[in-house]
Design a protein around this ligand. Structure first.
Ligand code: SAM
Length: 234
């Protein structure tokens, strides 16, 4: 992968970044996303934030190699600490991490004021999408777009959200499956949730063989299996 040929996952995330954005890409290993979007002329300015020295240096190198050092600032920082008020950031992307870590980065950013609540968020959790949607909803965000795709046998979801005056009121089902993905129920969505059912059924099978009483865990999993199967057949 390079800045001209993004992975399908980052390409789709990039499509959700609004034209002309001032973007903060947090966890920006190699700065692939901001560099590609800048080369496409899609963004005006970017901060590439990295907390680990090695990926930070790779990001710096990539930005320099493309002659973009004046338009993309690479900062070694934890989460949204990379964003300064003078950057006038209006879009934040956080891709390729677990949903819980993305939520924690957003929450810390909210508490410290580095996330001012006016930004469009483009989030690509590898797992833990439900946790992230719960945080977004609790903080008054509305999900503007969602995408799901398969790459190298892995299935990824992308969530784009923004704060709106009218609060979104998502059901438990929408938080689990994604309100927009649920409306569409495309082929990759079906594949993901069939996989999830099979995984849970395997776990139930193993728990049933256990010598320790696992009835509570089994009941929880069966409840989830039923909920998923309902969605798949409706
Ligand atoms: N965003 C890129 C992508 O989607 O291909 C890189 C994903 S990589 C798996 C996750 C990156 O996030 C790593 O480079 C890691 O160092 C960085 N990271 C993890 N926690 C972070 C934090 N709190 N602040 C900034 N970067 C972080």
């Amino acid at each position: 992968m390079n800045e001209n040929q993004l992975s399908k996952r980052l390409e789709r995330a990039g499509e959700l970044v609004p034209f002309g954005s001032r973007l903060a890409d947090i966890g920006s290993d190699h700065a692939y996303l901001p560099v590609a979007l800048m080369l496409q002329g899609k963004i005006e300015f970017a901060v590439a934030g990295e907390v680990v020295q090695g990926p930070y240096q790779s990001a710096e190198k990539q930005v320099r190699k493309n002659g973009l050092s004046e338009k993309i600032i690479v900062r070694l920082a934890d989460g949204l600490d990379a964003v300064l008020a003078e950057d006038h950031i209006n879009a934040v992307s956080i891709c390729g991490m677990g949903g819980t870590l993305i939520r924690d980065i957003l929450e810390k950013g909210r508490v410290t004021g580095h996330l001012n609540g006016q930004e469009v968020l483009i989030l690509q959790p590898n797992v833990g999408e439900q946790v992230l949607r719960q945080w977004l909803t609790a903080q008054g965000y509305t999900i503007l777009a969602e995408d799901i795709l398969e790459e190298n046998q892995k299935i990824y979801e992308i969530i784009c959200a923004e704060k709106k005056e009218v609060l979104a009121d998502y059901s438990e089902e929408e938080l689990m499956f994604g309100p927009l993905l649920l409306q569409k129920k495309g082929a990759v969505f079906i594949k993901k949730w069939q996989r999830e059912v099979n995984q849970r059924k395997n776990v139930v099978e193993q728990l049933n063989k256990s010598k320790v009483n696992q009835q509570e865990k089994i009941a929880d999993l069966e409840k989830e299996i039923n909920a998923i199967e309902e969605v798949l057949k409706s």
